[in-house]
Design a protein around this ligand. Structure first.
Ligand code: FMN
Ligand code: SF4
Length: 664
């Protein structure tokens, strides 16, 4: 049914009156063809509006925004949440560029030209971002200047008339709907060309934000695998250039690569440009090389809408989880990564190193500031809000390679002292640093491919001895006594027919757990080679995992499932005690053990897995205490048997006939 929603944001009240004016004028002046019903008109403060509902609009539900501009051109308090949500959507690679195609809208910005470049900056951004996600303007957006009151009323009245004409056009299917307008506006510090470039470079975010079911259209940007070589070359060139710069700056380079270094470096990792771009995507930066970001799942669980797969598999409370990294740099240029060509890379630490105390304190402070923005957001109870302010877990996996940070042990120790658990993900390139690592709650190795050739294609490592390093990491993992995990990302067409080789690595590293997850689609990226065709359905991942379990010795079994993120957990059977899975973590016990300095193992801090999280349960890993919100239900279904055939086809295609025959 047709409907009109007028959303306003105000700091001092003025803008609300304009919103009321539009509603009144629509009621008084709108004349529609006889066969079109008069739509209901609703005026609402944007703070009280369920923003996610915007995405479920049909094209005859129109939205008009009246947005005021506040400090530094930003939103008023009541629109802060909406602003960060929209920015997340705009820069999240899993969100389709078409995701707002059903939104018919227009924006009236309220601001004062006395603020120069910041005049109506926030409303301009809103207009631009919605348009860039395929939203259609029913009339041109307009940005009023309260500093010229003599003109203001006329500008507003003209816009209201345009809106009414636009509504008639949209609801009666005539041509009045605009699809262009002011998309060419230049925002402060953001030239249009630069901006488009950034789309390619800063398109995805952390690997943890696993909300995978996007409505992305297939990209026609599949890059030939041959091309990947040139990207690797670009990475080496960047590394060499940085080293040359270091040398020019008189910094001594430690030639013993991949080891912790005692060299004193003066160069800062984050350049002003990198800072600007990371901040634009919502990263809060700490010091000169660290970052923190409020994960989508942290927000979701605060709103009672479900936690991430680590909630299902290990009982973390996603709303109390801080996603951070003490090193935004790493030694790879993975094809999944959003930072292609621009990320700081290096085979060793070669930057100024900030003190771990400063990073831990800074990360907690910035995380809390982000949580504070969620106060009053629909679904966030006072209790959840308070809990969210009290960080209980740290996911060291945002971007970059945390283990490269020279004080990683001190960093982790500080977290544990504060009773914050540590989930550290490393990229299997620094065996010596893994060996030196103190106990963490859970240590991950990303296993992006199973053999030398595909690892080179997928991770594009900087090290020439990357394969030896990879194997060295497997050996180091095998020696760890606390919980260890293989993280395996399934990319159809890249690594699915390497089952047997994965099994060899499992036998070598003996991880406690193996997480298998379907890759997410990079809807925005021009330089990322993946398309929707590389994204497996959940049933396809299940089928793969069953095949993998059959390949590994009898020691492992599928334990948990989180269908929402296309993830499954394979666990060592020692975690199945008297027939009950114990994949969850007893966090207080872990802190007691780690802070006591006593010797302990992964068997000393386990907890039973609830029934809803166990593989085979109808709830498919969704906590029954949460409310499920579907974006696209159809995407949750797939055909496992057909996938088995596809794996077989792929094996035959790559000449692996023996393996294919075994699938019969
Ligand atoms: C502290 C403060 C900062 C402001 N900063 C900006 C700004 O950066 N850009 C702008 O266009 N207007 C800015 N304004 C002007 C407001 O947008 C303007 O006063 C508007 O009418 C306020 O609308 P409201 O009463 O609906 O909140 C600012 C106003 C205040 C009080
Ligand atoms: S572990 Fe933490 S950071 Fe990672 S997805 Fe879950 S809630 Fe987000």
């Amino acid at each position: 049914m047709a409907a009109i929603t007028i959303l306003f944001s105000t700091q001092e009240g003025t803008t609300e009156t304009f919103a009321e004016k539009l509603a009144n004028e629509i009621t008084a002046k709108l004349i529609l063809p006889k066969d079109v019903a008069f739509p209901p008109v609703e005026v609402k403060c944007i703070k009280n509006f369920d923003i996610d509902a915007l995405l479920k609009r049909t094209s005859n539900e129109l939205v008009f925004f009246f947005l005021t501009t506040y400090v530094d051109g930003g939103p008023a308090d009541d629109a802060a949440w909406f602003g960060s949500w929209l920015e997340d959507m705009r820069y999240d690679f899993r969100v389709s560029k078409e995701s707002m195609a059903n939104i018919r809208y227009s924006v009236f910005g309220v601001g004062d030209s006395a603020y120069g470049e910041n005049h109506c900056l926030f409303p301009k951004k809103v207009d631009k971002y919605i348009h860039e996600m395929a939203g259609v303007r029913v009339c041109e957006s307009v940005f009023g200047d309260v500093g010229t009151p003599q003109d203001f009323d006329g500008v507003l009245d003209n816009w209201i008339d345009s809106c009414i004409r636009g509504i008639v056009g949209a609801l009666s299917g005539s041509e009045a709907v605009l699809s262009t307008g002011i998309s060419n506006i230049t925002l402060v510090g953001e030239k249009e060309d630069e901006y488009e470039e950034l789309d390619e470079e800063y398109v995805t975010s952390d690997e943890e934000n696993d909300d995978v079911y996007v409505d992305a259209k297939e990209s026609n940007e599949l890059m030939d695998l041959e091309d990947l070589g040139s990207y690797a070359a670009a990475g080496l060139k960047a590394a060499k250039q940085a080293r040359d710069e270091d040398q020019a700056n008189g910094v001594v380079i430690n030639r013993k690569k991949g080891t912790s270094t005692t060299t004193t470096h003066t160069r800062e990792m984050l350049t002003p440009n990198l800072r600007k771009n990371l901040e634009k995507q919502g990263y809060k930066l700490i010091g000169t090389h660290s970052g923190v970001k409020l994960c989508r799942w942290t927000k979701a669980q605060m709103r009672g809408r479900g936690g991430c797969y680590k909630h299902t598999f290990y009982g973390i409370e996603s709303h109390r989880c801080m996603e951070t990294t003490p090193s935004l740099a790493c030694a790879n240029k993975c094809v999944f990564c959003w930072r292609l060509q621009t990320n700081p890379v290096g085979v060793e630490w070669r930057w100024k190193a900030d003190r771990p105390e400063e990073i831990v304190e800074g990360a907690i402070e910035k995380h809390r500031l982000m949580v504070k923005q969620m106060k009053g957001v629909p679904g966030v109870t006072a209790e959840k809000f308070q809990e969210g302010m009290d960080v209980a877990h740290c996911a060291l996996s945002l971007v970059g390679e945390p283990i490269m940070y020279p004080y990683i042990n001190e960093f982790v120790e500080l977290l544990h002292q504060k009773h914050i658990s540590s989930f550290l993900v490393t990229n299997a390139q620094f065996p010596e640093l893994i060996r030196k690592l103190q106990p963490v709650t859970q240590l991950y190795l990303s296993i992006d491919a199973a053999n030398k050739e595909s690892l080179k294609k997928v991770d594009r490592p900087l090290f020439s001895d990357f394969w030896e390093r990879f194997n060295g990491c497997l050996d180091e993992l095998a020696k760890k006594e606390q919980r260890t995990v293989f993280r395996l990302t399934l990319v159809k067409g890249f690594n699915v027919d390497e089952l047997k080789e994965y099994a060899v690595h499992v036998r070598r590293a003996k991880p406690d757990f193996i997480e298998v997850k379907g890759v997410t689609f990079c809807g925005y990226s021009g330089s990322n080679p993946l398309t929707m065709q590389n994204v497996p359905f959940h049933e396809e991942v299940v089928e793969f995992v069953k095949l993998l379990c059959a390949e590994i010795d009898d020691d492992y079994e599928i334990s948990c499932e989180h269908a929402h993120t296309n993830s499954l957990l394979i666990s060592h059977k020692k975690f199945k005690i008297n027939g009950v899975w114990h994949t969850w973590i007893d966090y207080p016990k872990f802190h007691e053990l780690v802070n006591s300095g006593a010797h302990f193992t992964s068997m000393d801090y386990l907890a039973p897995t609830p029934a809803w999280a166990v593989f085979g349960d109808d709830r498919k890993g969704f906590d029954p205490e949460m409310t499920r919100v579907y974006k696209n239900k159809a995407k949750y279904e797939g055909d496992g048997a057909a996938y088995r055939d596809k794996i077989k086809e792929s094996m035959i295609g790559s000449g692996n006939l023996a393996a294919a025959a075994e699938l019969d």
